[in-house]
Design a protein around this ligand. Structure first.
Ligand code: NAP
Length: 271
């Protein structure tokens, strides 16, 4: 005979105590998201891996299981869909999973002047980098509080300054940075950790997808996805508000305090 679900009350919200707490990682099919999944799994977290490319997620789940860690759940989802958040919540509910941590890592960029670049792609970038990140940050707050978890949002050092030639991307990351810092402040009293990870350039599929040629960024700024993921995990665990991996990138984030805005944009845009 199946047991009836056990409900507990938390801040007026009924929750099923039998649900398994998980860390939801978006954009886990490659790059930084894949590395984050490996770090979270190695530290004993049960995972849900989300992205569009299910075979890549399944392969990663298999590799994690082969290391003796719990096999992650896999969720195929296009985060540009307006109801992506609802679909994810429904899938988790159906599988008896409750979100402890959310890692909003999925995102993409596009190199080129905004007015000459594909508008639909740039609007879709806002859907993924901004809308989905906001939805998933807010949707599971009660669950994160119950399970003493947190939110790790992946922005970029691009969020610290306007970026001619990548205008929409920089603006989405400025949003992610500002939103996450404010959320850190708001959710601290509820015991929910909120960190925003701001990497400099990382050699992943991101660069090809954005149309960024090799050698575009100085080598001194480059970091590996594994290093960035470790810094992100450690930063979230100590509830560090803003995490910038690597000293040269930390210096970059200070430039807007000292340089005139026009000079900064010439440097970033290269013209
Ligand atoms: N690489 C860098 O230089 C760099 C620097 C700073 C910040 N970042 C940020 O780091 C994050 C991860 O990027 P990455 O470098 O690891 O790039 P990546 O290897 O291209 O990974 C991007 C991830 O986002 C997912 N994604 C993209 N669009 C999606 C959509 N519509 N629906 C669901 N998932 C989607 C991709 O999965 P699918 O294609 O399978 O859907 C993939 O797993 C991004 O937010 C990026 O802006 C990157």
């Amino acid at each position: 005979m199946t047991q009836p679900p056990i409900f507990v009350e938390f801040r007026g919200v009924a929750m099923n105590a039998a649900y398994k707490p998980v860390t939801l990682i978006t954009g886990a099919s490659s790059g930084i998201g894949e590395a984050l999944a490996e770090v979270f799994a190695a530290r004993g977290h049960a995972l849900v891996l989300a992205a569009r490319r299910v075979p890549a997620l399944e392969a990663l789940a298999g590799r994690i299981a082969a290391l003796g860690q719990a096999r992650p759940d896999v969720l195929g989802i296009d985060l540009a869909l307006p109801d992506a958040g609802e679909r994810i919540a429904a899938a988790l509910e159906a599988r008896g999973l409750a979100v402890q941590n959310v890692v909003n890592n999925a995102g993409f960029g596009l190199l080129g002047p905004a007015a000459d670049s594909d508008r639909a792609t740039q609007l879709s970038m806002i859907d993924v980098n901004v809308r989905a990140l906001t939805d998933l940050s807010l949707r599971f707050v009660d669950s994160a509080a119950t399970h003493q978890g947190g939110i790790l949002n992946v922005a970029s050092i691009a969020g610290f300054f306007p970026g001619p030639n990548m205008a929409v991307y920089h603006a989405t990351k400025a949003y992610a940075l500002s939103f996450s810092e404010a959320l850190h402040h708001e959710l601290r009293p509820r015991g929910i950790k909120v960190s925003v990870l701001c990497p400099g350039p990382v050699k992943t599929e991101f660069l090809d997808r954005a149309g960024i040629p090799q050698g575009h960024f100085p080598n001194v700024l480059m970091r590996s996805a594994e290093r960035v993921a470790r810094d992100g995990y450690d930063g979230l665990m100590r509830n560090q508000r803003v995490i910038v991996p690597g000293m040269p990138n930390q210096v970059m984030t200070l430039l807007p305090r000292f340089l005139p805005r026009t000079l900064l944009m010439r440097m970033v845009g290269g013209f």
